[in-house]
Design a protein around this ligand. Sequence first.
Ligand SMILES: Nc1ncnc2c1ncn2[C@@H]1O[C@H](COP(=O)(O)OP(=O)(O)OP(=O)(O)O)[C@@H](O)[C@H]1O
Length: 221
Amino acid sequence: MSTVDGGALVAEELRVTAGEHVILDGISLLAEPGLVLAVTGPSGAGKTSLLWTLTGLMRPAGGTVTFAGNPVGDRDDAVAKGIVLIPQDNGVAASLTAYENIQIPLLVTGCPAVDADERTAAALDRLDLTGQADQLVEELSGGQQQRVAIARGIAMRGTVLLADEVTSELDAANREKVLELLHAEAWRGAAVVFATHDPDAAASCDRQLHLVDGAAEYIGR
Ligand SMILES: Nc1ncnc2c1ncn2[C@@H]1O[C@H](COP(=O)(O)OP(=O)(O)OP(=O)(O)O)[C@@H](O)[C@H]1O
């Protein structure tokens, strides 16, 4: 398994708005390499908005996001810094195969073809999807599609992995497997942030940032 020379992802005093609506106010976050940070909170608490802000998809109205001490700008800048997002809606292309959904982003980000093939096969294997490699994503179940999205995110081998509700459609066995994979990503050296509704899943993480009414508190060490 390759490792990354990761830095910390740090958000300070984030204020995130949508028009007049204040989604997050004064949120600070530390995601350290080697650890899995759970972001919890009720539906609408702002978990997705927080992850989108960390990866440059939403621009904060106030506050800062830095990686390894350098400001995170737009999405392209976040990608260049190795900040990988597995989105809540999976974001997989229905008309491509499972294999293509993982391989193409690797090729687009400059991974040599031989390495892309090796990483794609390995990621499919880790999610028990080798048998579905050549199936179109639209032919897969919701849980299988979610696992393709996770395989794609893991194959990117990011410095930071932001995983948004990635166990919501999985059975208990697959949920356990995915939690193990998130911890394996941290052991590889990534800083992992996992947004979840699931208290048991959150309890398995190293630390928990709980969002309520746009504010946050840390639970755990
Ligand atoms: N583009 C937007 N325009 C207006 N309101 C928005 C926008 N994006 C998010 N919101 C609002 O911000 C709040 C937080 O939404 P967000 O999706 O971040 O919450 P969440 O904690 O991820 O919720 P869930 O657990 O249901 O996915 C919600 O009230 C939502 O309606």
